[in-house]
Design a protein around this ligand. Structure first.
Ligand code: NAG
Ligand code: NAG
Ligand code: NAG
Length: 497
């Protein structure tokens, strides 16, 4: 055993220096905050890896990136690879300037920084080389035969431009868009209308057509300006209704749906039920009608997406349910047991501001006599916010292990304070009750907050021992002002939402 590890150590000592010597990083430019801008300006196509020295993925990428840099050094047109340690003190301001949230973040700067895009390609040397060569090549393929066009269209979503001449403004605008959006879409163009698959509607130059494998199958752009084309692609390249399922082809659409900031509609129902088709049809028509107003639509099979059903707080027996989440105030609007034919009217009412926001809440428990009090969204105002008491409130999830571990401590703490009528130890299931995000920042479980009698919210980040919690309560507790007592009249304590 000892001999083995000794040999292992020897091998490591021998191999490691050789291995790192084999891949030299000499062709990767090292940049700092001082020379990043100038280097971007001097190179028409430059890739910059923003890294941190401690980051494992960065270390793994380093030799592959270095190999690619050496291979691409002599490429025509030139492709330059660079790296920048964004973790070092002097470079830190660049993290916010370039929106660096994780490591490595790799960005491509073209035309002196006029066009910036994220590198989304492979991470091995051969993959990096192939991907970058494709990105530095022409942004749109020239189609040379009808068969070639058909093959391209069969293979993937494709945007085809048909032009009268390569000097036309429409062609130049098309190429500008193609260059800017080449990591997201594929572009092709031709001057010969007979090469363009007509799909029953013959194209007349100048025109741009998007071929896709859902909804109408293709769309023709109305506005061929740069702005118009971008809007056209953004709108038409995703299905009118995104379907939430495990199908690999849906994943790109789903991530686009969730990453888009918009007011979103969700229809949850059993897609295997006989009535599902009529819901789909009407929902599809609604999507078409409301798309110009900026609404996005998703449909989910309730049987396969139990988490979504729970997340939206859909009541048992409440399906089919239609939910709208408003992008402006982040509120949810929910209608349970909706008939297909009632969806258009309800959505119109939402649009007209006639629907009240929905707040997810468990029912107020009839009995609440354990030492740790149960708070639900409906009783949050009365029991915590307007209670005039000092409340230690735990936000928990039923499945959370750390919460279960904390439970006996909170029980004992509550027992200690049971004769103190100004202190309450309480808990709220944050998966079943909406947490007002303007008051409490709950991103993990358990999250503990102390709400003082005078209405201050203090987050508890100390250790979870009874002694420390108790010390904290004693230190921060306040006495309610006389006027705060006016909410304690009971009776019709209403929730202001
Ligand atoms: C940028 O500046 C750093 C620090 O002075 C230097 O090591 C590096 O070689 C420079 N890179 C370029 C491309 O000029
Ligand atoms: C494209 O797909 C259609 C339908 O699947 C098929 O009939 C046709 O042969 C394909 N064309 C080419 C060139 O691959
Ligand atoms: C919490 O801190 C106290 C000292 O303040 C210490 O004795 C105790 O071990 C700590 N408990 C935990 C769970 O870290």
């Amino acid at each position: 055993m000892a001999a083995h590890s000794w040999i292992g150590l020897l091998l490591m000592l021998l191999v490691v220096p050789w291995a790192s010597a084999a891949v030299s990083e000499k062709d990767v430019l090292v940049l700092t905050i001082e020379n990043l801008s100038k280097t971007i300006m001097d190179n028409p196509f430059i890739v910059v890896e923003f890294y941190a020295p401690w980051c494992g993925h960065c270390k793994k990428l380093a030799p592959e990136y270095a190999k690619a840099a050496t291979e691409l050094k002599s490429h025509d047109p030139p492709i330059v690879l660079a790296k920048l340690d964004v973790n070092s003190e002097e470079n830190k301001p660049l993290a916010s300037e370039y929106g660096i949230k994780g490591f490595p973040t790799i960005k491509i700067f073209k035309k002196g920084g006029g066009i910036v895009s994220d590198y989304k390609g492979p991470r091995d040397a051969a993959g990096i080389i192939a991907h970058l060569k494709q990105l530095v090549g022409p942004p749109s393929v020239e189609i040379t035969s009808a068969k070639e066009a058909e093959e391209l269209v069969n293979k993937s979503q494709l945007t085809v431009g048909l032009f009268k001449s390569l000097e036309d403004k429409e062609y130049l605008d098309f190429m500008t868009v193609a260059d800017e959006l080449r990591t997201d879409y594929q572009f092709a163009h031709t001057l010969d209308s007979s090469f363009v698959p007509d799909k029953g509607v013959v194209l007349v130059a100048p025109a741009v057509r998007l071929y896709k494998c859902f909804d109408e199958g293709f769309n023709d752009a109305q506005d061929l300006s740069v702005k118009g084309l971008k809007k056209f692609l953004e709108e038409k390249s995703v299905p009118l209704v995104t379907e939430m399922n495990k199908d690999p082809t849906s994943q790109a659409f789903l991530s686009k749906f969730f990453n888009t900031v918009a007011t979103k509609a969700y229809l949850l129902l059993d897609l295997k039920a006989d009535t599902a088709e009529s819901y789909r049809t009407i929902y599809g028509d609604l999507a078409k009608a409301f798309q110009p107003k900026g609404l996005k639509f998703l449909i989910a099979d309730s049987k396969e997406n139990d988490n979504a059903v729970k997340f939206f707080g859909i009541k048992d027996g409440g399906l089919p349910a239609l939910v709208v989440q408003d992008k402006d105030n982040n509120r949810k609007y929910v209608v349970h047991n909706i008939e297909a034919s009632d969806m258009p009217g309800w959505l119109q009412d939402f649009q007209d501001g006639k629907i009240e926001a929905y707040v997810k809440s468990d029912e107020i428990p009839v009995k609440n006599d354990e030492p740790v009090k149960v708070v639900v969204r409906k009783s949050l105002n009365q029991m915590v916010l307007d209670s005039g008491k000092n409340v230690l409130l735990e936000f928990y999830a039923p499945w959370c292990g750390h919460c279960k571990k904390l439970a006996p401590t909170l029980d004992a703490l509550a027992a200690d304070f049971k004769d103190d009528s100004d202190v309450v130890i309480a808990k709220m299931d944050a998966t079943a009750n909406d947490v007002p995000s303007d008051l409490f920042d709950v991103k993990g479980f358990p999250t503990l907050y102390f709400r003082t009698a005078t209405g201050e919210n203090i987050r508890y980040d100390g250790n979870r021992s009874k002694a420390d919690l108790s010390k904290f309560i004693k230190k921060h507790r306040t006495t309610a002002l006389e006027t705060a007592g006016s909410t304690g009249e009971g009776g019709d304590a209403k929730d202001e939402l």
